[in-house]
Design a protein around this ligand. Structure first.
Ligand SMILES: NC(=O)c1ccc[n+]([C@@H]2O[C@H](COP(=O)([O-])OP(=O)(O)OC[C@H]3O[C@@H](n4cnc5c(N)ncnc54)[C@H](OP(=O)(O)O)[C@@H]3O)[C@@H](O)[C@H]2O)c1
Length: 166
């Protein structure tokens, strides 16, 4: 199973403002939705889950099979697992060919640190924030990437596609 990390970020590597706001372009959102609809699943951290739920975003991306990583139980009807590896085991069991990991910064770090990510799609939005939530929350990371491609998804937004070298 291929593990893809898909994120939008500012030019200086923030994935949300300090208060959690994500003012991304319509084109970025459409591109993300397309990717989710193709993978039919989404692996996210508990904080991202809460932000998406509050904004009623699941139906807009086609109600994918959601796997939430958290140390807590999030109640009936919410598929919650205690670690990134467990999330992947669950998706494998359900016969998904691709696992789509989509943040936030803490979950991204966990996946990268455990060397579980095969490819990264990064949509660079034409924004710079002074403060915010980082693409990877941890400092203790070291990964080498290979550029597989670039694409303009609008006049202002470029998508970088990387393989993570193992
Ligand atoms: N730009 C984008 O494309 C994008 C995408 C997604 C999210 N975001 C933004 O990112 C922000 C959230 O990011 P965040 O870094 O604060 O939080 P996050 O990664 O979404 O969630 C963190 C929580 O996930 C759980 N978790 C993460 N790694 C774990 C592990 N290895 N084992 C067990 N549990 C683990 C923990 O939940 P518990 O505390 O419950 O144990 C942790 O507190 C939101 O504002 C969201 O809007 C932006």
């Amino acid at each position: 199973m291929k593990v893809i990390l898909y994120m939008a970020a500012t030019v200086n590597g923030y994935i949300a403002r300090e208060d959690g706001e994500t003012p991304w372009s319509k084109e970025e959102w459409q591109n993300f939705s397309k990717m989710v609809k193709s993978a039919r699943n989404l692996v996210i951290g508990r904080k991202t889950y809460e932000a998406m739920k509050e904004n009623d975003e699941f139906s807009k991306i086609g109600n994918p099979f959601m796997v939430i990583v958290s140390s807590k139980s999030l109640g009936p009807g919410v598929t919650t697992v205690g670690s990134p590896k467990e999330a992947l085991r669950m998706l494998k069991k359900e016969k998904y060919e691709t696992a789509l990991v989509a943040g936030g910064g803490k979950l991204n770090s966990s996946f990268l640190k455990e060397k579980l990510v095969d490819e990264i799609y990064l949509d660079i939005e034409p924004l710079i924030f002074g403060k915010g939530i980082r693409l990877f929350s941890e400092d203790d990371l070291d990964a080498k990437l290979e550029l597989l491609g670039t694409k303009s998804i609008s006049q202002n937004t470029v998508q970088l596609h990387y393989a993570v070298l193992k």
